[in-house]
Ligand binder design. Structure first.
Ligand SMILES: [Zn+2]
Length: 278
């Protein structure tokens, strides 16, 4: 018995060590998207880093550890300091640790809270804002309410790269049960992204794609909505729909296995709550 207990204690100890090591060795890198535009990866989150003639513009700090690493490793791509921080939106998993970047100019959409993890934006805008920094243009557009109330897209020129957070990602399912004020409002956010002029789709989660990937995301959400709504109208339960709405065309998308049933659940709960079924 004592031997077994010792073995269990050892196994637990190893597990703890492995978990600690994982936390310390975050998967971090800076990779080029196009021209002077890079993505900074921190595990499953990405931020956008653009080197201009007058300084570096960062979209999203992610968190304190990530922001500190980015600042310390920026010399991989430039000697210039971080001058501007833009928040894609204020959700804590993308917007924490902003003060660690040390940017003088901090930009957020008007609906963002007074301070974001202790950082007070120096510039706010309602619908659109164009920023010119050191030969680059940053076109910021509010995507409306849906996933978040203060979500913006940032298009960088001349590279024509769009940085899109949470609302859509190339060949990747929407997050779990699609937390939002309304799934239809989220769908409208995707439609708003479609109206923007860009070529390269750089998401905050998943792989870089092209603008046409936005069309596929919209098609996925509309197909999901239509199939779940038809099923609910036919009297099927959420559990039955999780089994029958298989969305086979999207089997190779990121998170298909884990999030398809959750997407079905989230869509069903939204449609019922919003009174769309009767
Ligand atoms: Zn979010």
């Amino acid at each position: 018995m004592k031997k077994i207990l010792t073995q269990i204690a050892f196994a637990l100890g190893s597990l703890l060590l492995a978990t600690t090591a994982q936390a310390q060795d975050a998967d971090r890198s800076i990779t080029k998207v196009a021209g002077d535009v890079y993505r900074f990866q921190n595990n499953f989150h990405f931020s956008l880093v653009t080197v201009t003639d007058d300084g570096v513009v960062v979209v999203d700090p992610i968190n304190s550890g990530a922001a500190t690493w980015l600042k310390e490793n920026l010399s991989q791509i430039t000697d210039k300091p971080i001058t501007h921080l833009i928040y894609s939106h204020s959700h804590g998993d993308h917007a924490s640790g902003g003060s660690d970047l040390g940017a003088d100019t901090v930009i957020a959409q008007a609906n963002a809270p007074e301070t974001i993890d202790g950082v007070k934006p120096t510039l706010r805008f309602d619908d659109t804002k164009t920023l010119e920094v050191g030969g680059k243009t940053f076109e910021m557009t509010w995507l409306g309410e849906g996933h978040g109330e203060d979500m913006i897209a940032v298009v960088v020129r001349p590279e024509n790269v769009a940085f899109i957070t949470d609302v859509a990602a190339p060949k990747r399912l929407p997050y779990q049960t699609m937390p939002s004020s309304s799934v239809d409002a989220w769908i409208d956010q995707v439609k708003k992204v479609q109206t923007l002029d860009f070529e390269i789709f750089a998401p905050a989660h998943g792989n870089v794609g092209v603008k046409a990937d936005t069309d596929d995301v919209l098609k996925y959400m509309e197909t999901l909505r239509a199939e779940v709504l038809a099923g609910l109208k036919a009297g099927k339960s959420v559990e039955e729909l999780q089994a029958s709405v298989t969305l086979d065309d999207y089997k190779d998308w990121i998170q298909y296995d884990a999030w398809r049933p959750l997407n079905v659940k989230g869509m069903a709960e939204y449609l019922i709550k919003a009174g769309k079924v009767n």
